[in-house]
Ligand binder design. Sequence first.
Ligand code: NAP
Length: 495
Amino acid sequence: MQQITKFFLITIPISFLFACYNPLLRVGKSERKLSLNHLDYSLERAVKQENVVPVVIIGSGPAGLSAALYLARAGMKAFIFAGAMPLGQLTQTTYVENWPGREKVLGPELMNDMKKQAQSFGSVMIHDVVTSVDFTSWPFNIKTEEGREFKALSIILATGATPRRLNVPGEQEYWGKGVTTCAVCDARFFKDKDIVIVGGGDSAVEMVFELSPYVKSVKVLVRKGHMKAAAAGLKKIESYPNASIEYHKEVTRIYGDGEHVTAIDVYDNEKESTQKVAMDGVFLAVGHDPNNKILSEGIALDKHGYLIMKDRTQEASVPGVFAAGEIQDPYYRQAIVAAGEGAKAALDTTSFLYEIGFNSEIGAELDKNFFEHFSDVKKELQEITTTKELEDLIMKAKGVVALDFYSLDCPCCIQMLPHLEAVAHKLDDRVKILKANYTLVKKTIYRDLALDYDIRISKLPSLLVFKDGKIQDINTKVMNKKQLYAYLAKFLDDK
Ligand code: NAP
């Protein structure tokens, strides 16, 4: 309580201090039922229900983690649902040079630091994906992919946005086989290849920096006569001899040989002509769409699907629902802005909770009921590093063994590792899941697999499934827990 009081003295307006100490705010005083919409915000009724948390944060990018930090420091344990892309879009970039106080820092490193800081104050990260949020009753009902169902007094939506696709023929067929949105993940597999980047924003420019050291040539195809990206980035592209920009160009079709991309159709919208061009890879940087599919009816979105905030707050149209980051920001879309909004959302949430009569004793009561439901059970994966381990644990092993090739600088790999650990626990000994750091073992284990067994990979992460020492499949899709479980269970005789 002392900690909470100190926090409020520093950060919130005087008017709110009075609200905090208003005796009418205590539970049991029905006077505090909010009448801002049709919902009944009676805390007395809410706390009698099963599985209620004070606040849930959906999304674990800069917005979600900054909100968690502020809430935790206010004495509120926030449950952060990591989502399908744990730690958000910055894990897909290389260097971030516009985060105040960090001259140059890798995106994944920055996000890991944010996570550690939020956790050090007591926030709890859960590797599960929220599948629906119902705003039609209060406390709000939330369901997750792993079958968790619970209620929240307040919610911070920080679900971000998802990279757009072109929706042209061939794109889906060659997804992961030359068509991708992640340069950081896939650059190393395009050594000495010809590739295009589609899009004219800052993401396209960043991709040039990431891809250029590996590829033979990289062409940025921009559909307009100019780029949208910042001038500083554009100027830097000029110093990359294998990079070029072409304007008025659109990709209208992607061709392949069944395994990989081999060519694209490029439409020149000035000359109104199409040319088929040989190509090894297509990197998409064509913007993002807000992740709003989990939201029920009853919350206001603009015509592009972004949440609408009230005035200068981070509160959505339903009291008790707050948002930060790209789910409500089609304009600035910067990590630092998302983090700032996360802090604002946490302060707004804290105000809301105290306004409905929440206090630290109620928090402690709810916490007691809840903590164990949220434990994230995992089994650490054994790391293989030697040819002998490859032979003993995979090639001579009976039953199903999965080997995950990952790398620490591959965001998609980092994203999938916690899911693999959770599935390893769930499948226990029925499927043995091992991991190998591609960067460290490419000249040992990977070379042996390629030379002795003719097993090759073209992407990270790659999950190799063996049965009785024989390769069954190589999966390159980034899968969540549910998908991984279903995928691996297919190889079991007793499925
Ligand atoms: P963006 O700024 O929305 O740019 C998307 C680009 O894709 C635009 O050039 C757009 O063209 C083009 N495009 C959209 N649909 C297309 C299609 N179907 N075919 C061909 N081209 C298409 O997206 P972004 O580059 O991902 O950047 C998003 C935000 O993140 C921005 O605010 C950006 O500043 C920020 N960001 C910052 C950094 C950094 O500071 N280091 C790095 C990356 C991103 P039109 O212009 O014709 O619409």
